[in-house]
Design a protein around this ligand. Structure first.
Ligand code: ZN
Ligand code: ZN
Ligand code: FE
Length: 765
């Protein structure tokens, strides 16, 4: 008896070789009918022996292609129509409320790599080789459904050979939307300034130039890189000069893990991430015998390495022994360059060559970054290779557009049971960045055909993202919900881990606008997704000069010593080893005394800064977190002690006073204790503070779940020992697994809180 089934498959099933997979499957079972991409995923009707159909459904759950994410399958039995063949139909795009999942970019697969190296293959050394299992996706998609005409590959029409593969069911490139070859696909060019250099092999020529110490601009997958030989000091310092106001460590690229191991320790887990299909930058501990330019990651214990992720990168590094600096081509907090014209205009005069191609980048996407703490991966930036892959939520959500914070921004949209955190959008203060931010939001909404029911944003009244949220909420005529920064941090981590109920939230970061108008950042909270109560925090101290104090940690050293430890300005001048002018210090004193531009803060990030400055690591930073990174680099597990501090119960909860710690550090400095000891003991103190606070909170509120979030937890030394200590005391500890603990996680938290708040408003009305 034949029967017919209508099957709707929801999830990431487009652009991942799903239809060919089904096509092969139906052949095994003598099943006929049709399949097509739809805005909801894939739909098909199949007809055949019922038993065969059921076997097919079982296979469907087991053996799908690697990039698919099947959320659910709906099956409806219908009377047979007498299909006699199986066909792939045109996409259907007239659904009213689509749920769309967009695939991220995938690094070159083993099959394509083999073809790339095979002289008899027609794509031998073709830098844009790809197939249904690999290649560009998110960065070239302009609209959904994922068909070639909706990508930047629409500029290239396939040649006969490519078309044949595209239509051939048994071919790896069957319906590979980015399919291309040297005859019909994108081409690569080498330029010097505005002039094209005629060479037969532009990539090999670029490699030779890099070996000679030249610096170049290289167009990648989600943006341009500035590249040079990482062992050539002069070349590295030239790149450093180009990016002068942006002194963040440079990312590196080497051909293989074996080569990376010459410079860094690579654990088995780190190796798995380096070689995984997402190919992130992995931060790895430097080895002592380290012969790369010292300008790459000064003062940092880690180097950020990645492996080649496109065929172009692969050819660039092939058989070269080169270790390349591959830092994103942008200027201090501006977005990464994606247009050829911009690269020419902004960089062609400063570099020796440009390696450019004519496949357009539509969605900007920076390299992802992660590090390993113990046996846990911690994302620092979740972008290329991951975004906008969704996070499955514990339950269905309203359609929320969450606009994120001001720095390390991502936005997030939620739909049904999915949250889609965007790619890294960076710091919004620069007008170029804010423009790119608005553009990215527009593009995401378009592709996801997204109509928000609620807009969410930060509580901070002056964030550009807050203003934009107000604008959008008026434009879409939907409510706006403001979410406190640290509540969003903890709610985000709860959503990722599917935690319900109340938790102890430990949110330690640089800054977030508090309910009392102060700058919070060392927060102990009791959090349910809907609301939170502050039950403890680091004691407030002045942030003399506001933003200035973030860039000048010595101001924080002053602030702590002056306010907590009771030192006079003149003594602080001596304690800081006369590194500042006396009048600077007296000026700070006046600012603090008269409360001039000195908002109060409980920031844990500033506490790290103050200690870093006090022990002479650095008095100024080029980016937030730099001093803390250098402090972490000094840590050695052999030092077990911690400094003294006090916890005092006040009307705002348990307040942590670290004044005594500063005096002990000064004493240690005087007796010439090693900086390693001081830095480690400081970390141990923070761990002890977290531990003591959690014990007190558990005693009073009977909550055993601890959720850790905030940029401070990027510190792997601190994170690993905090988790260990809490677990020893039988706490259940949750950390971010899919998103960074820094402000990149904020948008997800905002979305989740907004969803539950809007529901409860409706419930009560
Ligand atoms: Zn491939
Ligand atoms: Zn072709
Ligand atoms: Fe934060």
């Amino acid at each position: 008896m034949k029967t017919r089934f209508k099957v709707t498959i929801y999830g990431i099933v487009q652009g991942v070789g799903f239809r060919p997979f089904i096509h092969k499957l139906v052949k095994n079972y003598h099943i006929y009918g049709w399949i097509r991409n739809s805005n909801r995923g894939v739909e098909m009707e199949i007809e055949g022996n019922k038993f065969d159909c059921l076997k097919l459904f079982a296979e469907l759950k087991k053996n799908t292609p690697p990039l698919t994410l099947i959320e659910k399958i709906k099956i409806k039995e219908l009377p047979p129509l007498g299909f006699s063949e199986f066909i792939i139909k045109e996409s259907n795009s007239d659904h009213k409320h689509p749920l769309i999942l967009m695939p991220p970019d995938i690094s070159i697969c083993q099959d394509c790599l083999r073809e790339l190296k095979d002289p008899s293959n027609r794509r031998y050394r073709y830098p844009f080789i790809n197939c249904t299992n690999c290649g560009p996706r998110f960065t070239i998609i302009k609209d959904m459904p994922y068909d070639r005409d909706n990508t930047t590959m629409q500029d290239f029409s396939m040649c006969r050979d490519c078309l044949e593969e595209y239509h051939n069911l048994v071919d790896r490139r069957y319906h590979a939307e980015a399919n291309a070859c040297p005859v019909c696909g994108p081409q690569i060019y080498l330029y010097k300034g505005e002039h094209k250099i005629n060479v037969t092999n532009p990539i090999l020529e670029a490699q030779n130039r890099l070996k000679k110490g030249q610096i170049g601009v290289i167009k990648g997958l989600g943006g341009f890189h500035l590249a040079c030989d990482a062992q050539n000091r002069e070349a590295v310092s030239r790149i450093k000069n180009i990016k002068k106001r942006d002194q963040k460590p440079f990312a590196l690229m080497a051909e293989s893990v074996v080569k990376i191991k010459k410079f860094c320790f690579v654990s088995a887990l780190a190796e798995r991430f380096l070689e995984g299909r997402e190919k992130p930058i992995v931060l790895l501990k430097k080895k002592k015998a380290f012969n790369l330019s010292p300008d790459i990651a000064p003062g940092n214990a880690y180097l950020g390495f990645m492996l080649p992720y496109t065929p172009l990168h692969f050819l660039l590094l092939e058989k070269s022994d080169l270790v390349l600096v591959m830092t994103s081509a942008n200027f201090s907090d501006e977005p990464i360059i994606i247009e050829n014209e911009d690269a020419f205009q902004k960089l062609s005069k400063q570099v020796d060559f440009l390696l450019i191609h004519d496949r357009k980048i539509y969605n900007r996407c920076d390299d992802s970054v992660l590090k390993i703490a113990g046996n846990l991966p911690i994302f620092i930036r979740r972008s290329r290779g991951y975004a906008p892959f969704p996070i499955l939520l514990p339950k269905k959500s309203k359609s929320v557009l969450a606009l994120g914070p001001e720095e390390k921004n991502t936005v997030c949209i939620t739909q049904d049971r999915y949250a889609f955190p965007s790619q890294h959008l960076g710091d919004l203060k620069k007008s170029e960045s804010f423009q790119a931010y608005q553009e990215a939001i527009g593009r995401l909404m378009k592709v996801f055909q997204f109509e928000p029911e609620v807009i969410a944003c930060d509580l901070h009244p002056d964030y550009l993202s807050t203003h934009y949220a107000q604008e959008l909420s008026e434009q879409f005529k939907v409510p706006l919900i403001k979410v406190q920064h640290h509540h969003a941090h903890i709610a985000s981590c709860m959503a990722e881990n599917h935690i319900k109920g109340k938790v102890i939230g430990v949110a330690l970061d640089g800054s977030g606008f508090g309910q009392d108008g102060s700058i919070w950042g060392g927060e102990f909270l009791i959090v349910s997704t809907k609301e939170f109560t502050r039950v403890g925090h680091l004691k407030y101290t002045a942030l003399p000069g506001g933003e200035q104090a973030i860039l000048q940690p010595w101001r924080m050293a002053f602030s702590y010593l002056y306010s907590f430890s009771g030192w006079e300005a003149d003594s602080i001048y001596l304690i800081l080893k006369e590194r500042r002018l006396k009048k600077d210090i007296h000026l700070l004193q006046q600012m603090v005394d008269k409360n001039i531009n000195s908002p109060l803060t409980s920031s844990c990030g500033r506490l790290f800064d103050a200690v870093a400055s006090l022990i002479g690591l650095r008095d100024e930073v080029d980016f937030e977190g730099q001093a803390a990174m250098e402090l972490e680099a000094l840590c050695q597990p052999k030092y077990k002690e911690n400094y003294k501090y006090q916890i005092i119960y006040e009307n705002t909860g348990w307040v942590v006073d670290s004044g005594e710690m500063f005096n002990q550090i000064i004493f240690d400095l005087e007796r010439k204790a090693s900086l390693n000891r001081i830095a480690t003991q400081f970390h141990n103190t923070i761990t002890d503070i977290i531990f003591s606070q959690c014990v007190k909170i558990r005693e009073k509120f009977h909550i055993n779940y601890v959720v850790l979030s905030g940029g401070v937890f990027q510190n792997s030394f601190l994170l690993a020992q905090t988790i260990k200590r809490l677990k020893e005391e039988n706490f259940k500890v949750m950390i971010h697994k899919k998103l960074p603990p820094n402000d990149a996680c904020i948008s997800l938290g905002q979305a989740i809180v907004a969803d539950i708040r809007i529901r409860s408003v409706r419930d009560h009305s």
